[in-house]
Write a protein that binds this ligand. Structure first.
Ligand code: NAD
Ligand code: UFG
Length: 358
């Protein structure tokens, strides 16, 4: 009886793209905080096994976990999404909010195949918002990106800075923010929206059971460093040492994936307990790290040398992206807890224990 009562009051969250890197770590965090979750993922860039690892982590800690409801499918498929919402309703759970991770994320690929990015990211989001409206679901946390700022001369970046994406990937993220803003401003809207502009998530859960598993050759720096460390690639290519930064290599704001996951939990808690609003929040640490810094830190923390070569700049790259994270820290009950040492140690621990991914 008591159990039933508790279940009724538990919030139910739909997590699109929940099998992916950030999504799976966020699911773990939501479950730890007693949310009920439904995951929708096409697995175009992830393994279903990521969610199975969450259960393993709960078991290891002798904790009981609420079951994850998983639906494999594409968010562009309206019929499929309607079924997901309806099924949940029929089972007695209205979906209270959505965390929307599902999307394609490679800058380079988006330059080669822009239409694929517009279709997947923007059409997918439009379909999702339409279905949310149909089922009176009014809370959405959207995975935006620091890429929306383009290349700013001024660092760290504030949320109020101009949005000027330089590549199709960033343009899809900016467009989705724009669409959400337009709907929010309409007179009938009760939407609660948080656009979380992530900086560069790296690392893995400290258990070594969950982490990032790029299905193809990785585009991002950290997974590539891990694969060089594991001996899968001979060397790392550094995309330019002539950027206007302190050592000439690209500077980014790396954030531990568990800190990012916790930011989602705090954002949901904030939105669900406040009035209709739209907020843009930078989720980063506020610390700039160059490519050379990251290689050095990884080498020292894990005692592995990472061979590298300087090559040409990569199309679509910018010199520096570092967050001013004060707004997130002041609004959310959140701040980053883990440093670059933790990111390098946890990321390598995951890679070492899972040389072939999940
Ligand atoms: P990821 O590729 O690991 O996860 C995205 C998930 O979405 C994958 O599981 C994929 O299978 C799924 N997906 C993609 N398109 C789909 C569709 N149409 N229908 C259903 N599922 C679909 O990526 P991630 O690193 O976990 O990123 C999550 C989100 O955060 C993405 O939207 C990404 O653009 C954004 N983001 C990521 C970073 C980063 O550096 N990782 C930085 C800023 C923003
Ligand atoms: N880099 C290299 N060699 C590599 C890979 C990357 O030198 O093999 C450099 C890049 O030139 C850049 C830095 O390492 O200076 C970081 O590059 P990543 O590819 O790891 O990350 P990006 O900042 O380019 O992009 C990532 C995600 C985007 C997201 C963005 C937010 O891929 O989805 O962070 O800041 F939007």
């Amino acid at each position: 009886m008591v159990f039933k009562l508790l279940r009724k009051h538990m919030k139910t969250i739909l997590v699109t793209g929940g099998s992916g890197f950030i999504g799976s770590h966020t699911c773990l965090c939501l479950l730890k905080n007693k949310y009920k979750i439904i995951v929708v993922d096409s697995n175009v860039n992830s393994s279903k096994l990521s969610l199975k690892m969450i259960k393993k982590i709960f078991d290891q800690n002798k904790e009981v976990m609420e079951e994850i409801i998983f639906h494999q499918g594409d968010i562009r498929d309206e019929k499929f999404l309607k079924k997901v919402f309806l099924k949940s309703l029929n089972n007695g759970y209205q979906i209270d909010g959505v965390i929307h991770f599902a999307g394609l994320k490679s800058v380079e690929e988006s330059i080669k195949y822009p239409l694929m990015y517009w279709d997947n990211n923007v059409s997918g989001t439009l379909t999702l918002i339409k279905v949310m409206e149909l089922f009176n679901c009014e809370t959405i946390v959207f995975s935006s990106s620091a890429t929306v700022y383009g290349s700013s001369e001024i660092s760290p970046l504030k949320e109020s800075f101009e949005i000027k994406p330089l590549n199709p990937y960033g343009q899809t993220k900016a467009t989705i923010e724009y669409i959400l803003d337009g709907i929010f401003r309409s007179s009938k809207s009760n939407l609660k929206v948080a656009n979380l502009r992530y900086f560069n998530p790296i690392g893995a859960h400290c258990s070594g059971l969950m982490g990032e598993e790029p299905l193809n050759k990785p585009n991002n720096l950290f997974p590539y460093i891990c694969l060089v460390a594991a001996g899968k690639y001979k060397k790392l290519n550094i995309y330019g040492n002539d950027w206007p930064t302190f050592d000439g290599t690209g500077v980014r704001d790396y954030i531990h994936v568990m800190d990012l996951a916790e930011a989602h939990f705090s954002t949901l808690k904030f939105l669900l307990s406040n009035k209709a609003q739209l907020i843009n929040l930078n989720i980063g640490t506020g610390i700039g790290t160059s490519v050379l810094d990251l290689i050095n830190k990884f080498s020292v923390v894990n005692d592995i040398i990472i061979p590298f070569e300087i090559v040409d700049r990569r199309p679509g790259d910018v010199a520096s992206l570092v967050a001013n994270n004060q707004k997130a820290i002041s609004i959310l009950d959140w701040k980053p807890q883990r440093d670059l040492n933790n990111m390098c140690a946890d990321g390598w621990n995951w890679q070492k224990r899972n040389p072939n991914g999940y």
